[in-house]
Write a protein that binds this ligand. Structure first.
Ligand code: S3P
Length: 171
């Protein structure tokens, strides 16, 4: 089984579906946002507050490039990680199955909630989410092997559908 990489906007379920897929198939898993948090010892919101978005992107870039160079089998990337050209090149070079998870605004907003742990969409979530999602859409699509909607579905359901798609592609 080659590597599986999850990309997509905030709230699309990259972490929950990635984790569920790794569990279902018995594969190793890394969530790069969780790695940024554990390596820096700070929450994403704290990193944005102290270093700004550019400081966060530098940390994220290092963590994501290291994850892509490792042999972790299932990777969930932060929604904006694909903005970096070197990350885009590394994803293409990794020959993994890249799964772009899509989600409608209504479902995304209910998942994002008001927890304040997503600084880019913390103020005016609806407007900000639409803005970042539509501007990144061409990048997500250009990298994707599979595009999968997670609207109204449980992470385990989406993971199971993906496991079957990947399984049949490898038969
Ligand atoms: C971001 C998405 C977040 C996190 C950071 C920036 C983005 O991850 O990396 O807040 O630029 O879209 P999720 O996609 O898991 O919310």
């Amino acid at each position: 089984m080659s590597r599986v990489i999850f990309i997509g906007p905030p709230g699309s379920g990259k972490s929950s579906v990635g984790k569920a897929l790794a569990r279902e198939l018995g594969l190793t898993y890394e969530d790069t946002d969780a790695s940024v948090t554990s390596i820096s010892g700070r929450s994403i919101a704290a990193i944005f507050a102290e270093l700004g978005e550019s400081g966060f992107r530098k940390l994220e870039r290092e963590v994501v490039l290291a994850a892509l160079a490792s042999n972790i089998q299932v990777l969930s990337l932060g929604g904006g990680a694909v903005l970096d050209p070197d990350v885009q090149a590394a994803i293409k070079a990794s020959e993994g199955t890249v799964i772009y998870l899509t989600i409608g605004l209504r479902y995304a907003l209910s998942r994002i909630g008001n927890k304040g742990d997503r600084p880019l969409v913390a103020s005016d979530p609806e407007k900000q989410w639409l803005k970042i999602t539509s501007s990144r859409e061409p990048i997500y699509r250009s990298l994707a092997t599979i595009v999968k909607s997670t609207d109204n579905k449980k992470p385990q359901e989406v993971a199971h559908e993906i496991a079957q798609l990947i399984g049949s592609a490898h038969e």
